[in-house]
Each structure stands twice: as C-alpha cells, then as structure tokens.
Design a protein around this ligand. Structure first.
Ligand code: MRU
Length: 371
C-alpha cells in the first residue's frame, strides 16, 4: 500500500481527484497538499525529513486530526531514516508530539509507530516505521469509509421522512483534506451523493481560520455537491427557521464519556441544534477517542496567533494574496482553536463500528477492548 486514498487494490478507495497525502511506491518521502494555498491554488509540497513533517503540522500546511496523525507517523519514519538509535527515536517522538496539542490522533500515531519499532534492532527500524505509517494511512481510508456507511444510513432515514434535498450543516473541514481519504463528517455526504441522494450542505467556519470557506467549500465544489457558505453566527437562525435537517461535525479529541472537542464554534452549533431539535452527530474514527480522559475538561485547547483574529487574508482581483487588518491597531484578541461540546448535546457518535450514544457506557460497549 502506498497511495492510501486511491490505491485500486484497497477496498473503499476514495475516488476524489485530490489527495491530501501521497506516498509514491518505495519513496522515502511523502507529498502533501499545502492547504494554506487553498482554495486559490492546489500546491503540493514534498516532505523529505522529520523537520519538514513537524513544520507542516505546526504551521498547518496539513491539518485535520487523522491527517496530522498520518503525517506524524511518516515523520517518525523520516527521522529513523536518518538515525535509528533509541535516543533518536525518543527525540523524534517528542519533537513531533510537540507540534500541535489538541488532536489526539497525533499522539496515538506516534505511540503506535514507536511501539512497533522500539523492540527491533536499529537497522530494521526505519523500514518498519514506513510500513506502519502506510498501515495507519490505509486504515484511515477504510475507517472513514465505514463511518460514511453508518452516516449514510442516517441520511437515508431523513430522505425517507421528507422530500427534497437533505439539508446537512457541517463545521470547519472534516473532509478528505483532513484525512487520508473520504473525510469523517463528509464521508456520509460523499457516499450519499454516489447513491443519488440529493444534498444541500450548509458550510461554516468563517472565523478564525475560515476552513469551511477555504477547504470544505472547495472540496464540495470539487465533488459537485451543492453547498452554501454561511457566517458562523448564522447557524442558529438557520436551525430556528427549520432549514437544517441534521448537523454532522468532526472531532479532534473525544473523551471516554463522549465529550467532544472540535473546531471552535462547534459548541455553539450544538446548543442551537439542541434548542431547535436538530440532530447533532459527531463523526469520528476510533483513534480520536482519548480513553485516558474521563471528560472533556482536561482536553488541551490550542491557542493560536491572534493575527488570525485581527486580520483576514484572501486573494484580490489581481490574483495577489493580501492580508488586511480588521480591528484598530493594538486591539487585544483571543484565538482559541477548539471548544468542547458536552456529551449531553451530542445526539450520536458515528464511528467505524456504528452509531452510538455519547456516553461512557455506550462508547465502552462499542470498543470493549479499549475501554
Ligand atoms: O485546526 P485543524 O484544522 O487541524 O482542526 C481540525 C479540523 O479541521 C476540525 O476540527 C475537524 O472537524 C476535525 S478533523 C477531522
């Protein structure tokens, strides 16, 4: 397995015309989309050493919990290609783990590669790390496809209950760009489209990073799915007006009681959904569950540069990317990247094993070997 998303030998290959992560056969590097350039340009960059992998994660050339995990795993392989001593292994793990704090998939993937290679002789470690990173990437595609199948069943139910397009609201980008294929919250949409179910997707996260606008709108456009961008602050109104059938969001870390950490603004949507009886589902691969956390209270919330709040960047009429200030010089700002939605506001967790309630008992019943 190399190109996890498109390998025709893999079951459930994602037919998308773009892939967030590619490893060519036998290559000792990976290629990723530099997501900072989207939606204006599709730029691919080569990641050829562990430092570049760390930079790509930290600076958000790549992002999205599952993709961060996969790139982290390949970062371990790249580090071990250079030196595979015990010290180098520990250093690579620590350096990559320090890149971003919230998505648990990163730690999960780094731990998994370390556990695989640590018992081996140093000379065998790099090859084993590449193989493990390939396995993580391939599994991610299969997991997301399974999430898609379970989410699709929910969408079919909505289609049976009311005529017209299924109106799905999502937040940020939990699409194929956030993963090795299919996405998490988007996988049900892509499968629904393949099945001919009509969709209308409400797309948000227009502040602070505008990933709904720049990434999800781009992905849905690439796949020909009708969608409408809204300012984050309009979600409540749309739900109140009865214009939303269901909310599907992704997750960066889920505590074992079902509390869900996702891109900032998710909690507000969950509150509005509850007040308006709109089902609110979280799509997550099991590596996003942090079994060590009893609740979401202890999830580290990344704070980012306040420039993301105080300025906006975009492309002008001449094709130049420009960043402009939107607040008085010297204004104080806060920039939390994530929030935690309490389990009680979550209608269900859509995992690769099926849909379950967001509770300690139900999650443990679905993943008894992990609980
Ligand atoms: O800051 P990011 O872009 O790495 O955050 C991840 C996200 O885009 C979302 O929170 C997403 O819903 C979870 S990743 C499938």
């Amino acid at each position: 397995m190399r190109d996890a998303a498109r390998d025709p030998n893999l079951p459930h290959a994602d037919p998308a015309p773009y892939r967030a992560l590619v490893r060519s056969p036998k290559a000792r590097h990976i290629d990723v989309i530099d997501q900072r350039a989207l939606p204006h340009a599709l730029v691919r960059v080569k990641i050829g050493d562990a430092e570049a992998a760390a930079l790509a994660i930290r600076r958000m050339w790549i992002r999205g919990a599952p993709l961060i995990g996969a790139v982290g795993a390949y970062g371990m392989a790249l580090a071990l290609d250079r030196e595979a001593s015990d010290g180098a292994l520990a250093q690579a793990h620590a350096a990559l783990d320090a890149t971003r704090p919230t998505a648990i998939n990163l730690r999960w993937a780094l731990d998994r590669v370390r556990a695989k290679v640590a018992p081996l002789a140093p000379s065998a470690r790099a090859d084993a790390a590449w193989a493990e990173a390939d396995a993580i990437a391939a599994e991610d595609v299969a997991i997301n496809h399974a999430i898609g199948e379970h989410g699709l069943a929910l969408l079919r139910g909505i289609a049976q209950r009311r005529p017209g397009p299924i109106r799905v609201m999502t937040h940020c980008n939990a699409g194929a760009l956030a993963t090795c294929g299919w996405g998490t919250a988007t996988a049900p949409l892509f499968l629904a489209q393949a099945e001919g179910l009509p969709l209308q997707v409400w797309v948000s996260e227009t502040r602070p990073r505008m990933q709904g606008a720049s990434l999800t709108a781009w992905e849905l456009g690439q796949r020909g799915i009708p969608h409408t961008l809204l300012p984050d602050s309009a979600s409540g109104l749309l739900m109140q007006r009865g214009d939303v059938d269901v909310v599907f969001v992704g997750a960066d870390r889920v505590a074992r009681n079902g509390d869900t950490c996702n891109k900032i603004g998710t909690y507000d949507k969950a509150l509005a959904a509850r007040d308006n009886n709109v089902p609110f589902y979280v799509a997550l691969p099991s590596p996003t569950i942090d079994w060590s956390l009893a609740s979401g209270d202890a999830i580290p919330i990344e704070t980012r540069d306040t420039d993301e709040v105080l300025t906006v960047a975009g492309r002008d009429d001449y094709g130049q990317t420009v960043r402009v200030a939107i607040a008085p010089h010297g204004t104080k700002a806060v920039n939390y990247a994530f929030d935690v939605t309490p389990a009680r506001l979550v209608t269900g967790l859509v995992t690769e094993r099926g849909v379950t309630r967001a509770s300690k008992e139900w999650l443990a019943a679905m993943f008894p070997e992990r609980a």
